[in-house]
Ligand binder design. Structure first.
Ligand code: NAP
Length: 360
């Protein structure tokens, strides 16, 4: 694979920091530009971050002295420096949409972590292991935007990663018709650490704004079909979700209940999860886990502390699969929210785009 010059928009944020560390030694992608708001512009990365570095791994040495650009005002500079960008910014939806379209229209492909464009039918929302074929809408999006190279691709909300990958391989086989899910979400999902959010120590907040809607609606796009250059959402299953913020640094857990048209066999499901593979594994995308789904037989697994970093934080963990009295099955899913669920998922999506030739 050729080398790509990469920019990070929102480099100073929680997800942006993850991008910086994940890309430090990436075999194909090399960070050549960092951008954030006007507040950070003109400073070095180290100065702009100040005391906000939130990861246990250190800031990449090679990026400490890199200048931070103003993502909006310095578009021309960014255009000179990068082949494509990752974007994770904390802005109102309309402003995110305008920013991402500005880059796409400047012929800079955008790999986005933001939710603003997720509902647009010709913007692919991709988990490489689940719906790589959704990239087929990119030519239609380019036509709409009037671009040759530029386009926007998004990754789905972080909460989905701990249950949708586990339901996906069962969906077509057994006819998934009803899902109830409760998610227990880490504080890094709000861009926070315990230092910056001391109220979360020994606490639980039974509400995360907008999260339940995303958890119920976004799977329908992931499970949708490409028809005439647009993604048509799936109509089933019916999903109901409750999302809670829990005092955990990283790692989202889901308690899942599911019913199917055809009653599934517990041991057969374990075999399906165990053998699940996709283009991401076959093409050996650098960020893809070698084994996507790890099932734990122990009753007290998967636990956040032992399972979240499996395969570089890119694997999906599952456990406690058993029959339920009201639904056909119930189980626990777990995934790292800022790796698989955010920056890592976007890097893997970009790797898929590179393999498919959309970043040329
Ligand atoms: P965050 O820690 O609050 O960081 C926000 C970033 O946005 C900072 O780099 C900030 O730059 C930048 N920014 C703010 N206004 C800007 C502007 N006008 N132009 C350019 N950059 C601007 O937020 P986060 O947790 O990283 O989340 C970022 C995005 O990723 C959000 O859309 C979030 O929903 C999404 N996301 C987060 C997670 C997660 O687990 N945290 C998971 C999936 C998706 P300054 O430092 O200059 O202010």
């Amino acid at each position: 694979m050729r080398d790509f010059r990469v920019g990070i928009i929102g480099a100073t944020g929680m997800v942006g920091q993850r991008f910086a560390t994940l890309l430090e030694n990436h075999p194909w992608f090399h960070v050549t530009a960092l951008a954030a708001s006007a507040r950070s512009a003109g400073k070095t990365y180290e100065e702009a971050i100040g005391s906000r570095w939130a990861l246990t791994v250190p800031m990449p040495e090679s990026m400490k002295k890199m200048p931070v650009y103003d993502a909006e005002a310095d578009l021309d500079k960014m255009k000179e420096l990068v082949d494509f960008v990752f974007c994770a910014v904390n802005l109102p939806k309309a402003e995110v949409k305008a920013l991402e379209e500005m880059y796409a229209k400047a012929e800079i492909p955008v790999m986005s972590n933001n939710s603003a464009n997720r509902g647009v039918p010709d913007v692919p929302m991709i988990v490489p292991e689940l719906n790589p074929e959704h990239a087929d809408v990119i030519p239609a999006q380019r036509k709409r935007l009037g671009t040759k190279r530029g386009f926007i691709a998004v990754k789905s909300n972080c909460s989905l990663q701990c249950y949708v990958p586990l339901l996906s391989p069962l969906r077509e086989l057994y006819g998934l018709n009803k899902v109830l899910v409760c998610t227990y979400q880490a504080i890094s999902g709000a861009g926070k650490t315990f230092e910056r959010w001391p109220e979360m120590v020994d606490n639980l907040i039974p509400y995360i704004g907008g999260e339940e809607e995303k958890s119920e609606q976004e799977p329908m796009k992931l499970w949708g079909k490409v028809v005439d250059g647009a993604i048509v959402n799936a109509e089933r299953p019916l999903i109901t979700a409750q999302c809670l913020r829990v005092p955990v640094t990283d790692g989202h857990t889901a308690a899942v209940f599911a019913s199917f048209d055809r009653k599934p066999d517990i041991e057969e499901i374990k075999k399906i999860w165990d053998s699940y593979t996709s283009i991401a594994q076959e093409a050996q995308l650098p960020s893809a886990p070698k084994k996507f789904i790890h099932y734990f037989e122990e009753n007290d697994q998967p636990q956040i502390k032992t399972a979240r970093d499996l395969e570089g934080g890119m694997a999906i963990s599952a456990g406690r699969l058993r029959p339920d009295t009201q639904y056909d099955i119930k189980f626990i899913g777990m995934a790292h929210n800022t790796l698989r669920g955010a920056a890592g998922g976007a890097v893997e999506m970009a790797e898929l785009m590179a393999v498919k030739g959309y970043l040329d």
